[in-house]
Design a protein around this ligand. Structure first.
Ligand SMILES: [Zn+2]
Length: 135
């Protein structure tokens, strides 16, 4: 199983974003160098049904990619939260996964008291779970 290594401060940042939005999904990009995650770039969720899906604001997404390039980073992962569902890719997540080379990180608020976080790589609508290592 491939492993996605995430710095603890980055994980805490993303968990805080998810907790601050208990009803709606949050989303964003994670950039890094040599496949090593370094920074997250939160992006507005512009989906109509934000409780169950996410759609990244296209302008902010382009802006985040530009900021990544300026820091010599590339896209390592895409993250979003599931306020009411387990940390598994939804049918929509599988259908809309655009980046075969990036990891998909999902934070679930569904479990009482415990935040659940998983990572997948999604290719041709098939998800393969990645191991997560906090560094
Ligand atoms: Zn999802």
């Amino acid at each position: 199983m491939e492993t996605l290594k995430l710095p603890r401060p980055l994980v805490n940042n993303i968990l805080a974003q998810a907790q601050q939005s208990p009803e709606n999904e949050i989303c964003g990009l994670i950039g890094g160098r040599d496949g090593q995650a370094e920074h997250c770039y939160p992006i507005d969720n512009t989906a109509i049904d934000q409780a169950r899906r996410y759609q990244m604001d296209p302008k902010e997404q382009i802006d985040a990619m530009r900021r990544m390039r300026e820091q010599n980073e590339s896209l390592v992962a895409i993250y979003h939260s599931h306020p009411h569902a387990p940390a598994l890719p939804s049918a929509t997540d599988l259908a809309e996964a655009e980046y075969a080379d990036a990891a998909y990180l999902i934070v679930s608020l569904n479990t009482v008291g415990v935040l659940e976080m998983t990572a997948f790589c999604i290719k041709q609508q098939q998800a393969h779970e990645l191991a997560l290592e906090l560094i």
